[in-house]
Design a protein around this ligand. Structure first.
Ligand code: AMP
Ligand code: MG
Length: 415
């Protein structure tokens, strides 16, 4: 990792930083993970750190694209339903047959899809255009030279770049690399993200609740969101608000994390904000107020000798979720030397008026359908039930405090 943004660099504790400035500071502090050679079966979701070129032309031999008969096209020039061309069938070539076959003019060879075209043939007549005969075949229409033939190099020529460095290995790209004969590829691996919830009020889902406690949702949510962003993620059990125990609890995760995410304990308040208190002293994590709602209190920096990036997200579940999508998701991409994980932005008409605080950009939960977005009721940052209904975030700029029904707005589409 390169240097984290200096804590509070040039920013008074109370002043707000824009979303973009905060995103930029994060991305500037993240170095991509070192490339590793991975077996193709393990490369899905990784980002290529090399070009993949075709070892051979694709296809590497002329072959049939249909089940039918290899022929010389000229032998069918005058064929029709009423006066079919009739050719003796002299053999059969199945896919995978590596033998040498030669077609004699005036004859046909049965051929299967993907089988190598015999020497002397210049076309394949699909079985559907024939009587399907095995000793002799009747062909009911003229066949053009080249019909149903897939020529050498018709897809790619030997040496051609098939996948460029920076491509994400999705199933299609895995197929391309395999087709290029690659057993392994050099990639930026999926980052290992470790997620911890902090707070004395948190109980494990599935255990009984006593008044004053809530079930921990954040660690499950953030671990799932990190996985959705292509990371390997694990959640750890809840960390209590213990000032002496907090830093050791975080440091215990460093050996197996490329990125740490905590939630809770970073509000503007006092001694109960244990995460902030524990990390602030290190000087490698900056705590900032970002001009947004939800999600104003944010922390980001590095931890340990390995300078593992750490995000300390606010505890309210909606704040944690929005913060993840805006800040952590692009950082996961950056660890893979990629920038393909930003949420797509679209324009839509508001179906309902909205309000937003002066000086802060709101990310309101909404339901996007076609070119209309409906703001959900329940915009509090604790209102997880409404979050569960959302598929989009409605962006209300910093200088706008209200938008009427029907107004066109920017909408971020949630993954
Ligand atoms: P904090 O940021 O620790 O002050 O927490 C802000 C609010 O978020 C409080 O109401 C917490 O109870 C709630 N909260 C914190 N962590 C979680 C969590 N893991 N799951 C659900 N709610 C949480
Ligand atoms: Mg707390």
């Amino acid at each position: 990792m390169t240097a984290a943004p200096a804590p509070e660099a040039g920013i008074a504790d109370g002043s707000l930083i824009t979303v973009e400035a905060y995103q930029a500071a994060i991305l500037a502090a993240i170095s991509p993970l070192p490339p590793a050679g991975l077996e193709l079966a393990d490369a899905e979701g990784c980002v290529l750190a090399e070009d993949v070129t075709a070892a051979v032309s694709l296809p590497s031999f002329d072959n049939s694209s249909m089940d039918g008969y290899a022929i010389q096209a000229a032998d069918t020039d005058h064929s029709s339903e009423r006066k079919p061309a009739t050719l003796p069938v002299t053999g059969e070539i199945a896919a995978g047959d590596t033998g040498t076959h030669r077609l004699t003019p005036g004859t046909a060879i049965r051929i299967m899809t993907g089988a190598r075209l015999p020497a002397g043939a210049d076309a394949v007549v699909p079985v559907e255009w024939t009587d399907g005969g095995s000793a002799r075949v009747e062909i009911y229409r003229p066949v053009a030279a080249g019909n149903a033939v897939r020529y050498v190099g018709g897809d790619a020529t030997a040496g051609e770049t098939l996948l460029e460095k920076g491509a994400r290995m999705r199933p299609m790209q895995i197929a391309v690399a395999a087709s290029a004969g690659r057993k392994t590829v050099k990639v930026r691996p999926r980052p290992r993200v470790v997620v911890l919830s902090t707070g004395n009020e948190l109980a494990e889902p599935g255990t009984p609740l006593v008044p004053g406690r809530i079930w921990d949702s954040n660690s499950y949510m953030i671990a799932a969101a990190a996985r959705e962003a292509g990371a390997h993620s694990v959640r750890r059990s809840v960390v209590p608000d213990d000032p002496a125990g907090m830093l050791p609890a975080l440091e215990a995760q460093l050996s197996h994390a490329d990125l740490l995410v905590t939630t809770g304990g970073v509000s503007m308040g006092g001694e109960h904000d244990v995460v902030k208190a524990a990390l602030r002293e290190l000087g490698t994590v900056a705590f900032r107020k970002v001009a947004m709602q939800p999600g104003m209190p944010q922390g980001f920096g590095t931890l340990g000798d390995g300078r593992v990036p750490i995000f300390t997200l606010p505890g309210n579940p909606v704040s944690a979720y929005v913060s993840f999508q805006l800040f952590v998701r692009p950082a996961i991409a950056a660890l893979q030397d990629s920038d393909d994980l930003r949420l797509p932005a679209v324009r839509a008409a508001l179906a309902g008026a909205v309000r937003s605080p002066e000086g802060r950009r709101s990310y309101l939960r909404g339901v996007l359908s076609g070119d209309t977005v409906t703001p959900l009721s329940g915009q509090g940052s604790h209102q997880i039930a409404a979050l569960g209904r959302a598929n989009a975030l409605i962006v209300v700029p910093e200088d706008v405090t209200r938008l009427p029904d029907g107004e066109t707005v920017e909408v971020l589409v949630l993954p």
